[in-house]
Each structure stands twice: as C-alpha cells, then as structure tokens.
Unconditional design. Structure first.
Length: 256
C-alpha cells in the first residue's frame, strides 16, 4: 500500500495553472526526488501535500487517509514533516531548544499546566529534553546542543533544521532543496546524512533538489516536471538520457 498518493492533482491561481493533473505514489521507505526548472511547480506540490494550499481538483491520500485541504498542523500530526529552501531556525534558542520545538507538537499538557509548571507538564518537559538530546545524538549533533544555531556552519544548520523536523516523528519527510547554497563538501556530507536518517528513522523521503550530484547520487527514483506537468519518471540513468528532461532541465546549469 502506498504511503502517499496524489491523484490527478490540479492547482490553479486565477488563470494560472501551477500544477496540472499530477499523479504519483510513494511507497514506505522510498527516497524519491522531484526535479524541474525554476517555476515548474515543485514547491507548489510540496505546499499541496503539507496543507499550505488546497488542491483545485484531485485528491491527496496519506497513510490511507484523504488529507486534501487539511490544515498544516493536522497534516503534521498525521505524520508529514518538511523543511524549506531557506533555513528557518529560531534565533534566541540554542540547538537543543530548536529541536525541542518539534517535540512540542506531541505535548499533552495544557497552557495552564505549562505556565504554573505543574507536575504533569514538568514530567513531559523532562522527557522532551531527553528525547531532543537523544535525537541530536542520533544525527551526530549532540556536541553542539548548547550552541546558537547562527554560530554553526551552513551545513550543520541544515542538518539541525532536518533534526527539528524529525522531532515531530514523521513517517514522510519532505526536503525542499536541502543542498541549496552548499559547497561540494557540504553536499557530500548531506547525501550521507540523508541516507543515514532514511535508514535509521524508518522514513519515506520526498526531495526537491537542483544539485544534480545529490539527486543522481542518492535517489533511486526521480520525477521530472515542467510547467506543472510530469514529463518523465524513472531511475537516474533513464532521466539523464531523456530528451525532454535534457531540454527542460538538465541543459540548465545547476545554479540557474
């Protein structure tokens, strides 16, 4: 059974069709890339999956439930987490506290208990600290727990953002251009990191990325869209040699 299924999804903004009749299925444990030139509709598809937009037509199913048009917080609770192209870390919070933000989704205590630090909330808070630290250990960032995120190298900031998404306990992780702005060494480390969390966190990962070395290096299946429509799908070798892909995307420089 598919974990995620998009069926004939269309998204229009006024007279503009940003996504046109897009369908795909992701299986549990899969690592799949979504690529295409700028403005092709990739991020719009992620926004549809995560509830930022509702489909104009079509349906989106996750874990055998219809999530079409659900609110973002409902979709996160269902088990979908995402990162964004621009890193969004919380200033004023250290590395550990940034990860704890993801754990807040699972808190059962009410605001009253938190304000007055009642025993139930304090027990949850201690557990949240412990789980956040254990997550940092699992992604090799525990030695940075007390650091300010802005003091970290760019590649580690990106890993921290992914760790915060993992704190929500997702089944599906959406990564929107995680290698954006990275140098070749950072990109190589990111590839290893993605494969590490895929294996150790029992995830399905859907990835948008412009750096072809990342996409071709780790993704067994690649979907290509152009002008909101799917134009190709397959293993890296097929995608690299598809004339439509070469014309629409691979003929463009990686930094374009």
């Amino acid at each position: 059974m598919s974990l995620l299924s998009l069926k004939s999804v269309i998204k229009r903004f006024g007279g503009l069709t940003a996504v046109n009749n897009f369908s795909t299925d992701l299986q549990p444990g899969e690592l799949c890339a979504l690529i295409g030139p700028n403005g092709s509709g990739k991020t719009t598809i992620f926004n549809l999956i995560t509830g930022i937009y509702a489909p104009t037509e079509g349906k989106i199913f996750f874990d055998d439930r219809d999530i079409s048009g659900k609110k973002p917080n409902e979709i996160t609770r269902a088990g979908i987490a995402r990162t964004f192209q621009n890193i969004r870390l919380f200033k004023g919070l250290n590395v550990l506290e940034n990860v704890m933000v993801g754990h807040h989704l699972r808190l059962k205590s009410d605001p009253f208990s938190a304000v007055f630090q009642l025993p139930g909330y304090m027990a949850e808070d201690r557990k949240m600290h412990q789980e956040a630290y254990e997550l940092l250990q699992a992604v090799n960032l525990a030695h940075l727990a007390d650091k300010e995120p802005t003091a970290l190298p760019y590649g580690q900031q990106r890993k921290l953002e992914i760790a915060r998404a993992l704190a929500t306990h997702p089944k599906l992780l959406l990564l929107d251009e995680p290698a954006a702005g990275m140098n070749p060494q950072e990109a190589e480390e990111l590839m290893e990191f993605i494969l590490h969390i895929l294996k150790n966190f029992e995830l399905t990962i859907f990835l948008i990325e412009h750096q072809m070395r990342v996409v071709m290096g780790i993704c067994p299946r690649i979907i290509v869209i152009d002008h909101g429509e799917q134009i190709a799908e397959g293993v890296p070798e097929i995608i690299q040699n598809d004339p439509r892909v070469i014309e629409a995307y691979l003929g463009v420089t990686e930094n374009a």
